[in-house]
Design a protein around this ligand. Structure first.
Ligand code: DGJ
Length: 732
């Protein structure tokens, strides 16, 4: 056996040198401001030689490697563009596999590359790498969005070996950065405590961000991070990369400060318990790793991502969003037709576009009157809704409001007819006790029958009620006891389960969107459990957290805003927290505004305020959704927060400011320098969302130049008497 491996290694060296060439191949992957330079070495291995600000003379890229004095035994090992395992490279691999004959060695040499322009802005560079000994090929894809400075990177692994190859680790991206120091901001959290940032300086060794939750990526750690080079970046200064993996399941990101104090990054699906067989001539496409880089701080970097996401990723990202009234916190599971009809009227009175019926409308043998039963049985509960969903849709419409509905189609309660009929559709270990999260288990989406079932739930709802105008798609359990009866029965490896679950989900969503391309859908997961740019191809928005306490949301929405534009963030006014209704409303206005309150409990002034707030929101929401976001005052470092959205044409901006401190004198004492305006234009500032009977502290007839507002600044006068302030800044 040793002899066999030895021969393979020898062969690999010989074959690689036969690929070798004299002049290196240099492949610059360019966006408007940045470049990633790839270059072949003398053995035709592909390396990363540079990442950062683009040079004006591309001919100079070839000079870069000669400037590094790292010619010890490790040179060319750490900066591999896609590190293979088991041959000459001894560092953490991007691709690790076992060949059909049991051999574990892999080498990858450059074969060819191609650059195709999809249009003026979008280009796709593909680079083919091959193992000189085994019939394994990898194509690295770099899709660039030129104007937005965003790169979407993935790889496709293909085997032509006779026997199946087993993939052990199959990263989406392998990058290499050279800087003085590296500062990683990552996030931790749990239910109702999502998105707590921590920034740390990376030191030698590997720092791992990962998740093993199965049905979702985030609960404890999202697949998004920011990475500053040299020193921690601020909103307006410093070199920073924002990165995120577009995958709704287990992920792993490794940040390795190597022995030259350079940084390797490997990001992709988590190899944990996911050995994936690849049959001959089959391809495995990894999810996309999406990143942007800015030399001018986190503000610019996040605007890059927002511009990209709205235009190219989020479903209807350049469109608009409806306001809604949700009944979850108003009724929980306790409702019937007449109660709902009253709520439709409440929604109408409030002035929102849509009523969203939440959990509890289905199941009969085991009625869904709590979270312990009924999930999986998607027939209307005849006691609560004797006339079915169709009746509700009509009733809502009669009241002048649209109708949307909640589903959690991937899940099952053991107390359900579905579980009784199809225990083999459920993910669980047959020989072990079941372990639940919220009394439920995920269905096995690796099974095509289950995919059809899940698709069928939505298809039936839409077929019977074509006027359903909105879907909230929930997912409240992680995967415990991962085991698939389907994979067992069809003699497939259990190692596929985690990956095929997510692929199965995407198949369902793909089919659904082919038939129902437009219906807005919220991606919800008992909190911010499922926020990623692959799922957002199919969804119009996500639910950042069950925690709607507005004070918490100021912080949470701030952090999400590094990666996702406000048009994708659902934000509801609820009874969480101790803040007044105005504060709760002002915070929810920074996203897709909804209400989850008992409207009939509002007193006259609160109702009047809310009605006007909905009108105000409708008048300015386009700026909030499509404008350029500047985070001006960080609530983590100050006793108040301030953020503003400026329309691209600089004619209008909306500024939000919230008091987050509780000490005497907390608030805005000095002006804040605004951003995103036109220095040469004149503006007037008007306060929105004034509570009835209160007066604004802002002089509405004063004219300010854009230069003044951005240089001398403006004080929104947020303090203990004015705990939240919304300002409209309009060009004259
Ligand atoms: C969890 C969601 O986050 C809530 O908004 C609500 O829809 C419940 N699930 C319903 O069970």
């Amino acid at each position: 056996m040793y002899k066999h491996i030895f021969n393979s290694v020898l062969l690999a060296v010989t074959a690689a040198s036969s690929f070798a060439q004299n002049a290196p191949t240099i492949i610059p992957i360019e966006t408007r401001q940045n470049v990633l330079v790839l270059q072949t070495d003398k053995d035709n291995h592909l390396e990363i030689t540079y990442f950062g600000k683009k040079l004006s003379q591309p001919a100079e890229y070839k000079l870069i490697p000669s400037q590094s004095r790292q010619r010890d035994g490790n040179a060319g090992i750490y900066n591999s563009a896609y590190t293979p395992a088991g041959t000459w490279n001894v560092s953490e691999p991007a691709l690790q596999l076992t060949h059909g004959d049991g051999n574990k060695s892999l080498d990858l040499v450059y074969v060819s590359h191609n650059m195709a322009k999809e249009n003026d802005n979008v280009s796709l560079t593909s680079i083919v790498l091959k193992d000189p000994v085994y019939a394994v090929e990898v194509t690295l894809f770099y899709k660039t969005y030129f104007q937005e400075n965003v790169v979407e990177q993935w790889s496709v692994i293909k085997s032509e070996e006779k026997k199946p190859v087993t993939l052990q680790k199959y990263a989406s991206a392998n990058l290499y950065f050279i800087a003085k120091d590296y500062y990683l901001t990552h996030y931790n959290g749990t239910w109702a405590k999502e998105m707590n940032p921590e920034e740390e300086q990376l030191t030698a060794g590997i720092r791992v961000l990962d998740s093993k939750l199965g049905t979702r990526a985030n609960l404890y750690q999202p697949p998004s991070f920011s990475l500053s080079f040299d020193k921690p970046a601020t909103e307006t200064e410093g070199k920073v990369l924002l990165g995120t993996l577009a995958w709704s399941g287990n992920f792993k990101m490794e940040f390795e400060v190597d022995s030259y104090h350079n940084l390797r990054l490997i990001a992709g699906i988590n190899p944990y318990s996911s050995e994936y067989p690849l049959a001959s001539k089959q391809e495995f496409k990894t999810p996309s790793f999406i990143y942007t880089f800015s030399e001018n701080g986190k503000g610019e970097a996040s605007r890059n991502l927002h511009n990209w996401a709205r235009k190219y990723r989020i479903l209807d990202g350049e469109g608009t969003r409806m306001t809604l009234l949700n009944n979850w916190e108003a009724t929980y599971f306790d409702f019937n037709e007449s109660k709902l009809s009253e709520l439709f009227k409440d929604g109408k009175k409030l002035g929102v576009d849509l009523f969203l019926l939440d959990d509890g409308w289905f199941a009969n043998k085991y009625p869904r009157n709590g979270d312990g039963a009924g999930l999986g049985d998607w027939q209307e509960n005849v006691k609560k809704l004797p006339n079915g969903i169709g009746y509700l849709v009509k009733e809502a419409q009669k009241t002048g409001i649209k109708f949307g509905i909640w589903v959690e189609p991937e899940m099952v309660n053991p107390k359900s007819e579905l579980y009784e009929k199809h225990p083999d559709w459920v993910i669980k270990q047959p020989q072990r006790p079941e372990h639940y999260m919220r009394n439920q288990l995920p269905l096995d989406l690796s099974n095509p029958e289950v995919q059809d079932f899940v698709y069928g739930i939505l298809d039936k709802l839409f077929t019977e009620n074509p006027e359903i105008a909105y879907i909230k798609w929930d997912c409240n359990a992680t995967t415990f006891n991962p085991y698939s009866a389907y994979l067992e029965k069809s003699k497939q490896s259990q190692g596929k389960l985690y990956v095929d679950y997510v692929k199965g989900l995407y198949k369902v969503l793909e089919k659904l969107r082919a038939k129902y391309p437009k219906v807005p859908m919220m991606l919800c997961s008992g909190g911010g459990g499922r926020v990623d740019y692959e799922a957002l191809k199919y969804f119009t928005e996500f639910w950042p957290s069950d925690n709607t306490d507005p004070l918490e949301r100021v912080f949470m929405q701030w952090e999400y805003s590094y990666f996702f534009p406000s048009i994708a963030q659902s934000a509801h006014v609820t009874d969480w927290g101790k803040q007044p209704l105005k504060f709760r409303t002002d915070v929810a206005m920074m996203g897709r505004l909804g209400y989850d309150i008992v409207v009939s409990h509002l007193d006259e002034k609160d109702l009047q305020f809310s009605q006007q707030a909905v009108v105000n929101y409708n008048a300015v929401k386009d700026v909030i959704f499509q404008g350029d976001l500047s985070r001006l005052v960080d609530p983590k470092k100050n006793d108040y927060a301030a953020l503003m959205y400026a329309a691209k044409n600089k004619s209008k901006a909306i500024l939000f400011s919230y008091l987050v401190g509780n000490r005497n004198g907390d608030g805005s004492d000095t002006p804040i320098r605004l951003e995103g305006l036109d220095a040469a234009k004149n503006y007037k500032v008007r306060e929105l969302n004034l509570y009835p009977g209160t007066k604004s502290a802002i002089k509405e007839d004063q004219v300010y130049s854009g230069e003044y507002l951005m240089t001398a600044g403006f004080n929104p006068v947020v303090n203990a008497r004015r705990t939240s302030v919304v300002l409209e800044i309009e060009a004259m």
